[in-house]
Ligand binder design. Structure first.
Ligand code: PMM
Length: 282
């Protein structure tokens, strides 16, 4: 059984490595295998605890790619990084892709569908005894904006995530292998994302590790828009991303998934030091 990674000094930081031609924030940049591997090693040197390798864009409206194409994109990178002893998660909702990546030495499955997209995922996770990140999800990217309707987004996301946890446990995946994630931007408006960030304690109190991935997402582009309403470009959303990392660390999450690793590592360390300082007075 592979344990969920933890650190004594700060929350975990996952570095995003999207090897897709179309992912919104770093798409197309790491098209060659060597470039992708170099990028992952650089994130690792900056303190990333896991490199999250994904071969299919999940941005709103993205087209799905066949499993064979997803494998073609990620496997050479996965193999190179396993050889370099880099701890990896695979960002996929397909059991077939997860199984190939795990067999090659990947440690963690990051499933943006929370086990909903592929009924075989639980069996793969069980077989490999790996951690399984269950993200809140309501449907595939091409129509997820139609699914962004909630009575109370915080309660509804919590309830739907708990249902995915129950389903995983019913499929004999131990609770100790599960991480939950509110899935910012997935069937959610900007206000939904902010409400979820404001209420992270309601997820943390469930008692499972919580992952948050706000990095560079479009709700930050809208928050930081120019006076004429033009969203802030993707690569100028880093300070807001880092502020959210600090907020997440203070809220007691397990980890954040980010594109630019060092600022989030620094923020996580600073918040951990403040928490330790608080402990000295108690
Ligand atoms: N978001 C994206 C991709 N993978 N995984 C998890 N667990 N949580 C997320 O919110 C998440 C994810 C989309 O963002 P990207 O295109 O920047 O990778």
């Amino acid at each position: 059984m592979t344990a969920i990674p933890t650190r004594p000094d700060r929350i975990c930081v996952l570095g995003v490595l999207n090897v897709t031609p179309d992912s919104f924030s770093d798409g197309g940049r790491y098209s060659s295998v060597d470039d992708a591997i170099d990028r992952a090693l650089a994130m690792r040197a900056e303190g990333a605890d896991l490199i999250d390798v994904g071969g299919e864009s999940t941005r709103p409206g993205a087209q799905r790619v066949p499993a064979a194409e997803e494998l073609r994109r990620i496997m050479p990178v996965v193999e190179g990084l396993v050889d370099a002893h880099v701890p990896l998660s695979v960002d996929t909702y397909r059991a077939e892709v997860a199984a190939a990546a795990l067999a090659a030495g990947v440690h963690v499955v990051n499933d943006v569908s929370g086990g909903l997209a592929d009924p075989d995922m639980a069996a793969v996770v069980r077989e490999f005894g790996c951690p399984w990140i269950l993200m809140h999800w309501r449907g595939h990217s091409e129509h997820m904006s139609d699914l962004a309707r909630y009575d109370d987004v915080v309660k509804d996301v919590r309830t739907e995530l708990l249902a995915r946890v129950d389903a995983a446990i019913a499929a004999n995946v131990p609770a100790s292998q599960l991480v939950i994630d509110p899935g910012l931007g997935f069937a959610k408006t900007g206000s939904h994302n902010w409400a979820l960030l404001a209420a992270l304690d309601t997820l943390v109190e469930i008692g499972l590790p919580v992952l948050v991935a706000a990095s560079r997402k479009s709700f930050l582009g809208r928050l930081l828009a120019a006076p004429d309403g033009t969203p802030r470009p993707v690569d100028e959303r880093e300070d807001a991303t880092t502020a959210i990392t600090a907020h997440c660390a203070e809220a007691g999450v397990w980890g954040v998934r980010v594109h630019d690793v060092r600022p989030s590592v620094d923020a996580a360390l600073a918040v951990a030091a403040i928490r330790a300082g608080r402990g000295q007075r108690e």
